[in-house]
Write a protein that binds this ligand. Structure first.
Ligand SMILES: Cc1ncc(COP(=O)(O)O)c(C=O)c1O
Length: 369
């Protein structure tokens, strides 16, 4: 084996020894408590039809975008979608990225400069950590949702300050204390960045998320909405000022140096928003969350679509997931290093299309296994 291949194999063997080897697999368990398709849009025939009709109305739709947005890959429909989504979410402007990951690394790698400070919640998503790592700014973490600890970090921060949180945390399903954090940011003149990946579609009027729910639009520097969760499609938009949009077009490398999404994809995002705004699926999802909360009240349920059962080590979490999968429930274990050691868990995602009986059966299994 060549030395490089040898190195790769050693790393894989080490993961295997610790029970941490990641593998791609196809779930055979039919009852979905795993995907981020909270509103069922990825499988919605209604959405498929809407997309089909919309595409039929646009002349000359190409199969691919043919280039970066700054070269041949821009399209009036994409810009119109950015305008309409910015309007919908109550922001001045928006810029679409090919994924939430791209949006977050583009944003954090390009804006904070050497001498500036980025302060992130300790449970922030990997895409925001990676973005911050690519920046030359100082980087600190504050204790999860701990406003007093955030204030301590703010007191010693230098340069322009960026505070980065999720409105609903992807692994725990809990909410950030957004009002207190935004007041603190105002006091310390820090710029607040909020990732709404797991809030949109669930919280706020028409699923607009928690910034809209708390009417914090004016206090946010940048907001990220991803399309691959409740919206059932793919991609993301960064919302903020026109200046922010222009800056990202000029400096965010994950926006500049990549082929734009195909138009069919932007159409899907536009149509998914129309469907979400009607609100039927969000209403049903809230009923399902409510049911889970009532049944699982001793399992510390969250208010969001993400529910967590902690097992504190990889093997117990894996075993619990396997047992549930054998019963037909697609529930996955989230292991370290994806979550901190000691907080290994089952991550249960609730959906508008989970039946009441499925939820009742799941909770029964959770309580008895
Ligand atoms: C909070 C959060 N932000 C960003 C992302 C990345 O979004 P995408 O899947 O569109 O790349 C995710 C996805 O896991 C997420 O949970």
């Amino acid at each position: 084996m060549k030395p490089a291949e040898n190195f790769l194999q050693q790393q894989l063997d080490r993961r295997q020894e610790h029970g941490l080897l990641r593998k791609l697999n196809h779930s055979k368990a039919p009852i979905d408590f795993c995907s981020n398709d909270y509103l069922g849009f990825a499988r919605s025939e209604q959405l498929k039809q809407l997309i089909h009709e919309e595409i039929a109305q646009i002349e000359g739709v190409k199969n691919g975008a043919t280039g970066s947005r700054l070269l041949s890959g821009n399209d009036p429909y994409t810009e119109a979608t950015e305008h309409s989504l910015a309007d919908f979410y109550g922001a001045a402007a928006g810029l679409i990225f090919n994924s939430g990951y791209d949006a977050n690394i583009g944003l954090l790698s390009s804006i904070p400069q050497r001498g500036d400070t980025i302060i992130l919640d300790e449970l922030i998503h990997a895409s925001l950590i990676d973005g911050a790592r690519l920046s030359h700014a100082e980087r600190y973490k504050f204790k999860h949702n701990d406003v007093a600890d955030l204030e301590k970090k703010l007191q010693s921060a230098k340069g322009l300050i960026y505070v980065v949180v999720e409105s609903v945390y992807s692994m725990d399903g809990d909410q950030a204390p957004l009002q207190s954090i935004s007041e603190l940011c105002l006091r310390y003149q820090a710029n607040l960045i909020v990732d709404e990946a797991h809030a949109v579609g669930i919280f706020g009027k028409q699923g607009k998320g928690l910034i809209d729910h708390f009417q914090l639009h004016g206090q946010i520097f940048a907001r990220i909405v991803t399309f691959g969760k409740a919206l059932g499609t793919h991609g993301a938009i960064v919302l903020g000022s026109n200046t922010l949009r222009n800056y990202l077009i000029n400096f965010a490398r994950s926006f500049i140096y990549t082929t734009a999404a195909p138009l069919s994809h932007i159409v899907a995002v536009q149509c998914a928003h129309r469907l979400m705004a009607i609100g039927k699926e969000s209403e049903i999802l809230l009923q399902k969350i409510n049911l889970y909360q009532q049944l699982a009240n001793d399992l510390m349920p969250s208010d969001s679509a993400i529910q967590t059962i902690l097992y504190h080590n990889n093997s117990s979490a894996k075993q619990a997931a396997q047992k549930l999968q054998q019963q037909g429930f697609d529930v996955r274990a989230i292991l370290s290093p994806t979550v901190p050691t000691g907080s290994e868990r089952l991550r249960i995602c609730l959906h508008s299309y989970n039946t009441d009986n499925e939820i009742i059966a799941l909770v029964n299994h959770l309580k008895t296994s």
